[in-house]
Design a protein. Structure first.
Length: 177
């Protein structure tokens, strides 16, 4: 049995969940998210909890059971408190700034890198080197943060580049004489 899938999702105050025609819609103070349910998994409301059930014990439905429960839980957390990924830029002359819905990055290339972040995601820059990627959809926040990091991943010799806050980069030894 799926340990994750059997755990009910508690609903905080101000969050409503509706299930209609195989689509789960979660509304809260920060916005609204919806997701199509895969075949073989159903979602039902029980008071202030959401319960995910599977049709049978086939391998595919067992795999989807825990997945759907985690996705619904992320939707509930997203519309109530939101998600945030923090990045930091390290390197001389490396910096970032936001103009409208475009993040401009100077990462040591001969040209600045412009990143138009997707709808539903906001980026805030503190001090030119600290980035916060925020939004209600965990998937899009994580994807936007990964795309920003991919422009200049941390170098393994000097450690320069864009990294997540708290990420440890193991530096290699340089050339020995």
């Amino acid at each position: 049995m799926s340990r994750v899938g059997n755990k009910p999702v508690p609903l905080p105050a101000g969050v409503t969940v509706t299930v209609k025609d195989g689509v789960v819609i979660v509304k809260g103070g920060k916005g609204e998210l919806s997701r199509v349910l895969p075949v073989g998994v159903s979602v039902e409301l029980s008071g202030q909890e959401v319960i995910v059930r599977r049709a049978d014990d086939s391998a595919g439905n067992r795999a989807k059971h825990g997945l759907v429960r985690a996705l619904v839980s992320n939707m509930v957390v997203g519309v109530s408190s939101g998600f945030e990924k923090k990045l930091e830029i390290q390197g001389i002359g490396y910096k970032a700034d936001v103009k409208g819905s475009v993040l401009n990055l100077n990462l040591g290339f001969s040209h600045p890198v412009a990143f138009a972040f997707p709808a539903g995601v906001t980026v805030r820059v503190d001090g030119g080197t600290k980035l916060s990627v925020m939004g209600i959809d965990r998937e899009s926040v994580g994807q936007a943060a990964a795309e920003i990091r991919a422009f200049r991943a941390p170098d393994s010799y000097k450690g320069k580049g864009v990294r997540y806050v708290g990420e440890r980069v193991r530096l290699k030894a340089g050339k020995s004489q």
